[in-house]
Design a protein around this ligand. Structure first.
Ligand code: FES
Length: 160
């Protein structure tokens, strides 16, 4: 459900851009930030607010891996599985993270703390392998560094 404050911000986006379609991605990002994911009901409401088709909203919402169409964990771990990262241990890192979290790719831990996904290039090819947790990038990863990151997040410490 899109709350009143979010709706007002979306209306500001609409006024800011020359066409309503341009407000789509920032609106979806805002809903993701506010609600933790973008639900079907959110997409239906957003279609009405932006006066766009529900199909248009869904096509954009389902394209970007930073947006989730289902509830996810507090920390959304997205591991790059594109070429450079794959050559530098990207795939084994996904399996390694899955093992230490006790889940499979695409799942969320039972305590709702972590979700794990494999995604396309994160734009950190020069610092591969890389992953993103919520809005933070982590680069030059090693197995040890990943363990440190997960432990810091589990303990509630903010760290990069
Ligand atoms: S290939 Fe992994 S960040 Fe580009």
């Amino acid at each position: 459900m899109i709350n009143e404050n979010t709706r007002k911000t979306i209306e500001r986006f609409i006024r800011k851009f020359p066409c309503r379609d341009s407000a789509l991605v920032p609106s979806l990002s805002l809903i993701q930030r506010e609600n933790g994911y973008v639900s079907e009901a959110d997409m239906e409401e957003l279609a009405k607010i932006l006066r766009l088709s529900e199909a248009r909203i869904f096509s954009v919402a389902s394209f970007y891996t930073i947006l989730s169409l289902k509830p996810i964990g507090k920390y959304h771990i997205q591991v790059c599985s594109n070429v450079v990262c794959s050559l530098l241990d990207g795939y084994p890192l996904v399996d390694y993270i899955a093992k230490i979290l006790g889940i499979r790719e695409g799942e969320t831990t039972p305590d709702g703390m972590f979700s794990l996904a494999s995604v396309e290039c994160l734009g950190s090819c020069g610092y591969a392998p890389a992953l993103q947790i919520n809005m933070e990038h982590y680069e030059n990863l090693t197995y040890e560094r990943i363990e440190e990151i997960v432990e810091m997040l589990r303990s509630g410490e903010v760290w990069k």
